[in-house]
Design a protein around this ligand. Sequence first.
Ligand SMILES: Nc1ncnc2c1ncn2[C@@H]1O[C@H](COP(=O)(O)OP(=O)(O)O)[C@@H](O)[C@H]1O
Ligand SMILES: [Mg+2]
Length: 242
Amino acid sequence: MKNEPPILTVEKLIKRFGGLVAVDNLSFTVQQGEVLGVIGPNGAGKTTLTNVVSGLYRPSEGRIFFQGKDVTELDAHQRCRLGISRTFQLMRPIREFTILENVMVSALFGKGLDLKSAQNRAREVCEFVGLKRLKIPIESATVLELKKMEIARALASGPQLVFLDEVMAGLNVDETNEMIETVKKINASGVTVIVIEHVMNVIKELTHRVIVLDRGRIIAEGSYEEVSHQPEVISAYLGEEE
Ligand SMILES: Nc1ncnc2c1ncn2[C@@H]1O[C@H](COP(=O)(O)OP(=O)(O)O)[C@@H](O)[C@H]1O
Ligand SMILES: [Mg+2]
């Protein structure tokens, strides 16, 4: 893993919203096959980082390389076709559609498949994440089913790198454990994963390496064991008002 070129390289990335610096000069790499954890208090810039790397937002400064290619100027759908995908922390399912149809939409647009192939692809990824009730409307779905659907939508495009933005939020202990297994399965299938998560146990269980963000900056980086004992990490978390 170490000797291969990184799948993702982020160089001096800055994202400003007016006077606010949400992502403040971030540089890091992600290795092919890795599960990288990104943690930090609310407002630290985790979702903004996801938005900028996936192409939803353009960076104010800095560059993004995916598999050695500079993708900084590419649109989200172009980056998606190259293999970068993500879930949305604020899920936006199409309410009038079933679970399967929602996943199909991603297969159609994310991967550019025709209708029949998109349906097959959607069935495949739904089965992969353990979704069984494919024909139910969105309002009948449980939180776990919605979260799995969100992951299935991200996987429908056949990504090599996927950002999972707080996909465990709102799940109980059993559901969280089921989701941990799902993420392990995604990674075992060859997909590099960036997990954004609040629950430290999930990070401990899943990640090879962790980046800790606070106010848009990296304040610590290393294994879970290494970062979880650092005073600045503890104070960043304890300083957070829930
Ligand atoms: N589209 C936006 N416009 C203006 N400010 C934003 C926007 N998105 C995020 N922010 C701000 O950027 C900061 C980082 O937010 P975010 O990336 O959502 O943090 P996190 O995901 O770590 O909780 C916050 O102060 C947030 O209010
Ligand atoms: Mg967020």
